[in-house]
Design a protein around this ligand. Structure first.
Ligand code: SAH
Ligand code: SF4
Ligand code: F3S
Length: 482
């Protein structure tokens, strides 16, 4: 029998892209391919691209330049391009880079095995058709040989696409129109995940809390098999084994009272919301086509805090949007200070082809935008540090993820507030990736918290054995033998 051929997917961009790569990895595994982390060992390489800012898009072109050599090294190697740049620039990529065998867009994941088979026959293909069909979510069950990169955790797509058309953003062009999956299909997927030990799910969508909104508004939810996002969250929280539910990214415009209330009522719903604000200035928000004012945004954060007083809020902010004055920028700083974000992703505005803002005049001088970014980041650093310091001395629960990048051999994970917690002591004393462990927080750092496990596995020298997490493979084996 010929040796199995190996693939690697290089992913850029948001969680949606990461999850798309997981879906494609599963499809390729079902088609007989074997995953590898090593480009050098791969016979098939897929670059899964992001076009949110110019820098992200340029990474593809740098990669494709460098990959000429990879392709030439071994005959029969296959190169594919996927994701948001593929969706927008598909035929240009195929024309410009002879090394690329196939390009597929964000709605065409299911075609990958076919495109790869065609490439094996020397055919080059482009598939970037947009569809509203839910068929694209019909994917095979997880292949048993696929390595689990995130034990205990999983992404679950609930909706895809965006109908908001913020003036700075390419996503509506790269991901198409909003479509929501059927609630029963989502619940079935979550139950299957829980069945194989997943404790934390992150619900994904470009505007995730817009789930079902068009059907609900038209009175057609029952017919379409959807419901409100809050109803979906409550449905999924009732599935046995699911200890944590997160969602990203919600849009401030789609928080209804029920979703706010759910934060106080649904125990599994994590006390963290990543709530992109973009700006604190009403003038800028309007030019961005964000349908809320700074006051409305603040009111939403207050009602979330009323429902769940310990809620941690994080956000996305853009500086240097065309026409942003110093006074506008001060309003963003004021919003950040007043809301007291625990953290934020901050970006310098990057004009994107095909967006409304790309043709706006009054560009902000890049050096000034850089200064603003630095000032904003300075404020956020002190807020993050203050939030971390305030937690020292308390206990939390961490879902272990594996070795910390900075301290190899030690475990890290995330607490319910989505903060990274690095564990003191040897990894084997704390638990295994996928376990939920109680941790006593002992130190704050700018990027993370440091904690000591309160519960530890056997052999940890006097530590009491608690098993709050999913059974480990060993335990499952032992139980099966009993
Ligand atoms: N769907 C999410 C955002 C996805 S993009 C939402 O609506 O919240 C992630 C973030 O990238 C955005 O929140 C925005 O802050 C930033 N972003 C998007 N387009 C950008 C651009 N052209 N320049 C700079 N930042 C941008
Ligand atoms: Fe982009 Fe706005 Fe849609 Fe978010 S809501 S994906 S920022 S267009
Ligand atoms: Fe990038 Fe596409 Fe996500 S543009 S941020 S990969 S939706």
């Amino acid at each position: 029998m010929a040796p199995k051929r190996r693939f690697h997917i290089r992913t850029y961009g948001c969680q949606m892209n990461v999850h798309d790569a997981e879906k494609v990895a599963n499809l390729l595994s079902h088609a007989g391919w074997v995953a590898t982390d090593d480009d050098g060992a791969a016979d098939l390489l897929v670059v899964n691209t992001c076009s949110i800012r110019e820098k992200a898009e340029n990474r593809l072109y740098t990669d494709l330049g460098l990959l000429r050599e990879w392709k030439a090294e071994r005959p029969g190697r296959i190169l594919g391009v996927a994701g948001c740049v593929a969706q927008q620039e598909g035929d240009t990529i195929l024309r410009r880079f002879r090394t690329v065998d196939f390009v597929y867009g964000t709605h065409n994941l299911r075609l990958v095995p076919t495109l790869v088979a065609a490439a094996e026959q020397g055919e080059r293909s482009l598939r970037i058709d947009e569809t509203r069909s839910l068929e694209r979510f019909d994917l095979p069950e997880r292949h048993p040989d696929l390595p689990d990169a995130t034990p205990g955790r999983a992404f679950v797509t609930v909706m895809e696409g965006c109908d908001m058309f913020c003036t700075f953003c390419v996503v509506p062009n790269t991901r198409g129109r909003e479509v929501s999956r059927k609630a029963v299909d989502i619940a079935e997927e979550v139950a299957a995940l829980a069945g194989r030990g997943v404790r934390e799910i992150t619900l994904l969508g470009q505007t995730v809390n817009a789930y079902g909104r068009h059907d609900v508004r038209r009175g057609k939810a029952a017919q379409a098999g959807t419901e409100s996002f809050a109803a979906l969250v409550r449905r999924l929280a009732a599935i046995p084994g699911i200890a944590r539910i997160r969602y990203t990214s919600p849009h401030p415009a789609f928080f209804d009272d029920d979703l706010v209330r759910a934060h106080g009522e649904v125990a599994a719903l994590c006390p963290h919301v990543h709530l992109p604000a973009q700006s604190g200035s009403d003038r800028v928000l309007e030019r961005m086509r964000r349908p809320y004012t700074s006051a409305e945004y603040r009111a939403l954060t207050e009602s979330l805090r009323t429902a769940r007083p310990d809620i941690a809020l994080t956000t996305d902010l853009i500086v240097g949007f065309p026409g942003e004055t110093d006074a506008d920028f001060r309003e963003t700083l004021a919003l950040v200070r007043d809301v007291g974000f625990v953290d934020a992703y901050t970006f310098k505005y990057s004009p994107r082809p095909g967006t409304k803002a790309a043709v706006l005049s009054e560009a902000v001088d890049p050096a000034l935008a850089q200064e603003r970014l630095a000032e904003l980041q300075e404020m956020l650093r002190s807020l993050t540090m203050a939030a971390h310091r305030a937690r020292v001395g308390s206990e939390t629960e961490v879902l272990l993820e594996g070795g910390s990048a900075r301290r190899p051999g030690q475990l890290s994970g995330r607490d319910p507030y989505h903060r990274v917690v690095n564990l003191t002591g040897r990894a084997e004393a704390a638990g295994r990736p996928g376990d939920l462990v109680r941790v006593h927080l002992v130190e704050a750092t700018p990027r993370s918290l440091i904690g000591e496990p309160v519960s530890s596995v056997r052999g940890a020298g006097g530590g009491k054995f608690l098993k709050p997490g999913a059974p480990t493979a060993d335990e499952k084996g032992r139980n099966a033998r009993l």
